[in-house]
Design a protein around this ligand. Structure first.
Ligand code: BGC
Length: 748
């Protein structure tokens, strides 16, 4: 750790003076209950700092997710001594009950514990990874999945999830794209609200509700070069457009916790970004919940070079607006002395403690600390078969059909043999993706098992080829032979679970190892084949899309994923997923989103000099945002404004007529985009503003009506001014961001 010869938190303290003033003068105190206030009055400085300490619920060396009972004398002793406000990474009604018992019966003040876990896409029943869920564009299904996640996790003792992730994903090099809802701030906000409401339920005190924590505040998805844990230089105004709206939406949905990001924005790490934590979050949005650091973030401040040591970092974080310290062991050991020496105002410590206690009260922990530690309920609910059905449904809806030459899919159910080739055909270890919580590998339905369930009599030739760089001529020959000998050929390719997610940024996010060589070898046979891509991000691999007659983006589809994919391949379900992120042609195009802004020298698309773009690459993505094929075809009409230009009080209704022009019934996702032609700040060429699904029989035609909300048309003309829409607005509709038709409305 770098040592600084200066004052322990010199670079930050100058920033802090202003904040302390504002905290004392202008910030309205929420009312706390008599119980909470009385507890605070009884607490020693050590007990106060202890409440702000969130630490591992197990000792180093224990399996944090062990399902067998584990005891940890050290952790229990710390809880007994009032040094712990919450624990993380421990599950199971019995394990967690034991810790809650120590807290509520053996510590002096008997304050219950927060018990947190990253329940990011399911607890034991694992749903598709969030980017896959987002591809369903089915908010109802996403909500139902998160409700199940909450039911299972709370039955296993968890009262707090570190989700949803509301980062914008605009760079596939960044591994955590997998945890997001993609590149649209508007859609991310909608998905975020659905998740928050599902996790937290109608009442946070209900034993099946858990505290949600929106993260990572802010700019995590924009880190330079897609490098994990790196900083970014977003302007505050541009964050108003993109990064902030999902978090504001989560606050409006009643979220109880926010987690600042590891990364710095313009040199200021998330946990000391007082402009964000105090000015925006607390004052502007009136957020009264809890702010918890990311794992070990306080201890990392010296590495950023904005605090000299752990005590300086701890003071800087609490003064900037952090309430709880996750795993740095900074607050507990250092804040009491900081108060005693006069370096920290005790009022700030009190404020953080009040927020922690208030959240515990809202969770009902003081009234019934054991409501979520019921082994009978755990046995009944965790991994319930009904949950598996929902996981399969959501997995089906997450699948995006990118290419389907000559209607290769769906396969004929009369086929008698299939070759299943690649690293992930029989795999049960990677389909859940990162953040598998308490998911169990052997319970995962592999693609092979899925095909067997859907087509019990088909003969499957499985060839498991490697994932690493070493060429394996024998496996390749076996794969080619299996393909040659079978009626149908499926290549199950992609990424390992841990090659997406946190700490998995990739400079070249294509198919790892020898997988492209495999595609080439099979393609040489001249026989149609389908590639199913399991990955946390779209693969930037032009040859994959060029050589394969059919490609399905399956993300990490979760514990029921194999059956979901098999059902789609054989036409028992239809592909309804659409891309929540566009797929770029090459790494050099990053970032390229549907909501890029116009330039002074627009490009027509192909490589060209003297316009905005490249001389060696197109300016369009390979697959645009919102893209996904169906098993049928649709014809879209141009949008029609149903209201006069002024719309009604809330907004404008837009009608699109769509006809199913194919021979199968199918679903299309009608998408609505807008663009304000003239504004003080150049406005994005397209911004997703609405969508709706239409299910149509062959030859059937129907109208989709989408409402464009008036207030959503406003934009940030400066850091603090939100400008109502004015003048001509292009209103565009279509099946994806790359294929739209337009009309225009004039806003007075
Ligand atoms: C991640 C967070 C996560 C935390 C606790 C961190 O490394 O960035 O997203 O909630 O760990 O597991």
């Amino acid at each position: 750790m770098t040592q600084f010869p200066l004052s322990p938190f010199l670079p930050v303290c100058a920033l802090l003076a202003g904040l302390m003033l504002s905290l004392n003068s202008t910030q309205a105190q929420p009312a706390y209950s008599g119980r909470v206030m009385s507890l605070l009055r009884q607490m020693s400085l050590e007990e106060k700092a202890g409440q702000l300490n969130l630490q591992a619920g197990h000792d180093v060396g224990f399996d944090p997710l062990a399902r067998a009972p584990i005891t940890s004398p050290q952790v229990e002793q710390a809880i007994r001594e009032g040094k712990v406000g919450g624990v993380l990474n421990i599950t199971g009604a019995q394990n967690t009950r034991q810790l809650q018992l120590v807290a509520t019966t053996q510590s002096r003040l008997k304050i219950p514990l927060l018990i947190g876990l990253d329940v990011v896409h399911g607890f034991r029943t694992i749903f598709p990874v969030p980017i896959g869920q987002a591809a369903s564009f089915n908010l109802d299904l996403i909500s139902r999945a998160e409700r199940v996640a909450a039911l299972e996790a709370t039955a296993a003792g968890i009262n707090w999830t570190f989700a949803p992730v509301l980062d914008m994903a605009r760079d596939p090099r960044w591994g955590r794209m997998v945890e997001t809802a993609g590149e649209s701030p508007w859609y991310t906000a909608a998905v975020g609200q659905a998740r928050v409401r599902a996790f937290q339920g109608d009442q946070l005190s209900d034993p099946s509700s858990m505290l949600a924590c929106a993260k990572h505040f802010i700019g995590n998805g924009a880190t330079e070069g897609g490098r994990e844990y790196t900083g970014t230089n977003l302007s505050f105004r541009s964050m108003r457009d993109n990064e902030l709206p999902p978090f504001e939406a989560a606050v409006k949905a009643g979220i109880g916790c926010i987690m600042p990001a590891f990364n710095a924005v313009d040199g200021v790490p998330g946990i000391v970004n007082q402009r964000m934590l105090s000015e925006v979050l607390r004052k502007e949005w009136r957020f009264e919940g809890l702010v918890v650091t990311d794992h070990g973030a306080i201890a990392e401040l010296p590495n950023h070079g904005v605090a000299a040591n752990l005590s300086g970092a701890s003071r800087a974080a609490i003064v900037s607006g952090v309430d709880m310290d996750m795993a740095s062991m900074g607050f507990g050991p250092t804040l009491p002395d900081a108060v005693r020496s006069g370096a920290l105002d005790e009022a700030l410590l009190d404020q953080a403690v009040l927020r922690v206690l208030a959240i515990k009260e809202r969770l009902g922990l003081f009234d019934d600390p054991f409501a979520r530690h019921d082994t009978a309920r755990e046995k009944q609910l965790v991994g319930h078969p009904d949950h598996a059905l929902l996981a399969r449904q959501l997995a089906e809806e997450s699948l995006v059909l990118l290419k389907n030459d000559k209607a290769l899919l769906p396969f004929k159910r009369s086929a008698r043999s299939i070759a299943l080739i690649g690293p992930f055909g029989a795999d049960q270890d990677h389909l859940m993706g990162p953040w598998e919580a308490s998911g169990i590998h052997r319970e995962v339905v592999s693609l092979r098992e899925g095909i067997t369930r859907v087509q019990p009599r088909i003969s499957i030739r499985t060839v498991t080829t490697g994932y690493d760089d070493k060429p394996d001529a024998k496996a390749l020959a076996q794969a080619v032979a299996a393909a040659q000998a079978s009626e149908l050929v499926v290549l199950a390719l992609g990424e390992k679970a841990m090659d997406s997610g946190e700490a998995s940024s990739r400079a070249n996010p294509g198919l790892p190892g020898q997988q492209l060589a495999l595609i080439k070898a099979v393609a040489r046979l001249g026989k149609p084949f389908v590639v199913v891509v399991m990955a946390g991000r779209p693969m930037i691999e032009p040859a994959l899309y060029a050589l394969s007659p059919a490609v399905v983006q399956a993300w990490f589809p979760g514990s029921q994923g194999g059956e979901a994919i098999a059902r789609m391949l054989f036409g028992l379900s239809e592909p309804v997923g659409r891309l929540p992120v566009g797929i770029v042609r090459s790494v050099g195009q990053i970032p390229l989103t549907h909501d890029k802004r116009p330039t002074g020298r627009p490009s027509a698309g192909p490589p060209e000099a003297w316009v905005s773009g490249y001389i060696d690459e197109a300016t369009t993505p390979l697959y645009p945002f919102g893209f996904g094929l169906s098993y049928t075809t649709f014809a879209y009409s141009a949008p029609v404004l149903l209201d006069h230009d002024d719309g009604d009080a809330t907004g404008y209704r837009i009608k699109v007529t769509v006809k199913n022009t194919g021979s199968r019934a199918g679903t299309t996702l009608v998408q609505l985009y807008t663009h304000q032609r003239l504004a003080a700040i150049s406005q994005p060429e397209k911004q997703l503003r609405g969508f709706t699904r239409l299910y149509l029989n062959p030859g059937e035609q129907a109208d989709a009506i989408i409402t464009l909300k008036r207030d959503e048309l406003s934009y940030w003309s400066s850091e603090t001014i939100r400008q109502p829409a004015q003048g001509w607005i292009d209103v565009m509709t279509g099946p994806n961001a790359g294929e739209t038709m337009a009309t225009a409305l004039f806003v007075q």
